[in-house]
Design a protein around this ligand. Structure first.
Ligand code: ADP
Ligand code: MG
Length: 696
């Protein structure tokens, strides 16, 4: 016999075929599903509010005596209204003297229930309508009801509020005890944790004795329990995934070429770079596939580390693939890598969707025959046609756009040997968190920048002050530099400053032949020409969109103006600022902002002016936006977490990890009966994760 949680929603009181269909459309098919439809808040019906004390916007329970009641418009039973007066006329001088109840559609029996002189108890949200306290479509309560805490559920189209409440209440009574727990009972008992079912019950049916409206949010113990459950699942799923990916054999690359490659650069590597190279080269010198995150703030020189790794792999006769998130970036990477790659004796190729058929065919051929050592490309490299003669290393320049699984899927391409994997990121997240977000990756951090870097001077300027903006650019160009101007849109926007607008402003001021533009609407040839003209100094002002955010390496660039800077996120602004002053010269970043700004925007821009340190900015961002949004992480949806927040709940995550240790120690395959719910949940998680990552 199936457990009550598997019973169809239609088996609940008040749920007929129509309501059932409406619930199913929202994905609530069984009683168990419905238990996870959680309230948005609560209506506290314990204590009635006297009419004179009602306040606009409050939810209130009101006792009163019906004075006047009528249908409207006169003659047709289309609507109904009634006036309530206090049961006991109070002496209050202030406040409302009566409450108006109004129904905009007829409900059978209203006239009887609200006959003049009847004493009633109603509940609802009070609105002040032209000086009259009004509740539209109030709920009618029994006049002597004890007073409960009513959960307020999200709207489900086609389902009446009362029906939904009643159905969920019945679901709780029937089935909440059957909700499976990931954490086996003995472990729960040891830690004094309630069952998930108990947590759900406390959320749906709060105890009127102890209910406190102020804490009835995500700090509520019931929700914390669900957050823990979720983190246990997350941790468990990641462990299982890691275990399944373990094994596999990679090619082993001797460290021979490393020291020579390390001296091929026109600069001396920093100690931090050398340490990173050492860690990476040691990992490549092993048959166990490397999976490593290379983390370092913008401008710390990650590319050099990656190139040395490529040289090591090429020295062993294998190829490296370098993935970038967009065509433009792939092209730029190929361009900037080329010079050093030549010096290192690496043959480099570019593979994107923008290649002509002939170019494409030729590049496919060169990859397959081993005629290139380093292939820079976009996700076009993931297409089935691509064959490598011997892929030894995959490097991913991470921009939040590749799902973890996608990275690893690429990592798993290879005939019999797995390639090593190096993910590069400039997102400065705390080490502990990085280990969680990039579970399964080892971590190498470059924690210092090349010497002699002067932090850019970052300033906020009102957008209106164009003459100041232009003067600053002029001065920077006068010092032999070059200027980036970044706009939030390309063309035709009412609200946003566009590349087109700024290009014409710059051309008017500096002359047509000094201004270039780069953005996603140009063909890749046009873009490349523009970039080249700018890199070589034929043009000295480059106007573009955030495609300039990553990769672009123009050592002479010494000023960046960000138009409508308030429109950008902190991480993005920091990345953009990293585009200037790369040769160690003085540089400036102007945040040209509109007015007025929101408080958040102002906080962001000020934070940028105050520090140049990516880690500190990450902390500020955290403070500002709450952790789930850390550098856009939650938007990517990659964590799929609903209750827990990976940063704020770090302590809870540790508890979860400790619990998972215990579970896995006892039963690494989750094959024991008490782990059946955990196993089922992990399988479900994997299915959903695949969907999420394909979508993102
Ligand atoms: P990121 O870590 O942001 O990818 P890059 O690898 O693009 O940084 O390097 C930023 C700039 O610093 C480039 O112009 C690069 O040539 C230069 N660079 C890298 N390492 C050093 C170093 N050790 N000394 C001086 N300049 C360096
Ligand atoms: Mg880089």
């Amino acid at each position: 016999m199936p457990s009550p949680i598997e019973h169809p929603v239609e088996s609940l009181p008040g749920v007929g075929p129509t309501t059932g269909a409406a619930l199913r459309r929202r994905g609530y098919e069984s009683i168990g599903d419905l238990l996870w439809l959680l309230p948005r808040g609560y209506d506290d019906q314990r204590v009635p509010t006297p009419i004179h004390a009602l306040r606009d916007g409050d939810y209130a329970v009101v006792d009163g005596v019906v004075r006047r009641a009528r249908s409207f418009p006169r003659g047709g039973p289309i609507g109904f209204d009634a006036r309530l007066e206090p049961v006991v006329l109070d002496e209050a001088e202030e406040g409302y003297r009566e409450l108006k109840l109004i129904w905009f559609r007829a409900i059978p029996g209203l006239a009887r229930r609200f006959a003049e002189g009847t004493r009633v108890r109603v509940a609802g949200r009070v609105q002040d309508y032209r000086g009259t306290a009004t509740i539209a479509h109030p709920e009618t309560l029994a006049a002597d009801s004890a007073g409960t805490i009513e959960p307020r559920y999200p709207d489900v189209p086609g389902v009446r509020r009362k029906t939904l409440r009643r159905a969920i209440r019945a679901a709780v009574d029937r089935a909440v005890a059957e909700v499976p727990d990931l954490i086996p009972a003995p472990l729960r008992a040891e830690l004094g944790l309630p069952a998930v079912g108990e947590a759900l019950r406390s959320i749906h049916v709060p105890d009127p004795e102890t209910f406190d409206a102020k804490s009835a949010d995500s700090n509520d113990p019931g929700y914390r329990r669900l957050a823990l459950e979720e983190l246990v699942l997350w941790e468990l799923a990641l462990r299982m995934r890691r275990a399944s990916e373990r094994g596999g054999i990679a090619q082993r690359f001797g460290v021979g070429p490393v020291s020579e490659a390390s001296t091929a650069f026109p600069f001396e590597l920093t100690g931090a770079q050398q340490r990173a190279i050492e860690e990476v080269s040691r990992a490549l010198d092993s048959e166990s596939p490397m999976k490593r995150l290379l983390q370092g703030d913008v401008g710390c020189g990650k590319t050099a580390v990656a190139l040395v790794a490529c040289a090591q792999v090429a020295g062993g006769g294998a190829q490296a693939a370098f993935l970038a998130p967009t065509e433009l970036l792939a092209e730029q990477h190929a361009e900037t890598l080329r010079a050093t790659a030549d010096d290192l004796g690496l043959r480099i190729g570019l593979f994107t969707g923008a290649l002509s058929r002939d170019q494409r065919r030729s590049m496919l051929d060169r990859m397959a025959t081993g005629a290139v050592d380093l292939i820079v490309g976009t996700h076009a490299l993931l297409s089935g046609e691509v064959r490598f003669s011997n892929l030894g290393l995959v490097i991913i320049d991470e921009q939040h756009r590749f799902g973890v699984a996608q990275r690893l899927r690429l990592g798993a391409r290879g005939v019999d040997r797995r390639p090593h994997l190096l993910v590069m990121t400039a997102t400065p997240i705390p080490r502990s968190l990085a280990l969680v977000l990039y579970a399964g990756l080892d971590l190498t951090i470059i924690d210092a920048k090349p010497p002699g870097r002067v932090p850019s001077t970052t300033k906020m300027i009102s957008r209106e002050n164009r003459s100041l903006v232009l003067r600053q650019i002029e001065r920077a160009l006068g010092a032999g530099g070059r200027a980036f101007v970044v706009c939030p849109a390309i063309a035709a926007s009412d609200e946003l400053v566009t590349v087109h607008e700024i290009v014409s402003e710059m051309k008017t001021h500096f002359g047509d032949d000094r201004v270039a533009e780069a953005h996603g609407r140009l063909s890749s040839d046009e873009r490349r020409d523009a970039m080249r003209a700018f890199a070589e100094g034929d043009r000295d002002v480059l106007v573009g969109t955030t495609v300039l955010e990553v990769g672009v390496d123009i050592p002479d660039a010494n000023i960046i103006v960000i138009e409508q800077a308030e429109r950008f996120g902190l991480a993005q602004l920091h990345q953009l600022r990293g585009r200037v002053g790369r040769a160690g010269q003085r540089s400036a970043c102007l945040l040209a902002h509109g007015e007025p700004m929101t408080e958040d925007a102002e906080f962001r821009l000020r934070a940028l002016c105050e520090t140049d340190d990516g880690f500190q900015l990450a902390e500020r961002d955290l403070e500002l936006r709450g952790a789930g949004h850390l550098f856009g992480y939650r938007q990517s949806g990659a964590s799929g977490l609903q209750f827990a927040d990976l940063v704020e709940d770090r302590a809870l995550l540790q508890t979860a990890a400790a619990l998972v240790d215990r579970i896995v120690e006892a039963d690494s395959e989750l094959s024991m009966p008490e782990h059946a719910p955990a196993r089922a949940a992990v399988e479900r998680w994997e299915r959903n994760a695949a969907v999420r990552e394909d979508a993102g």
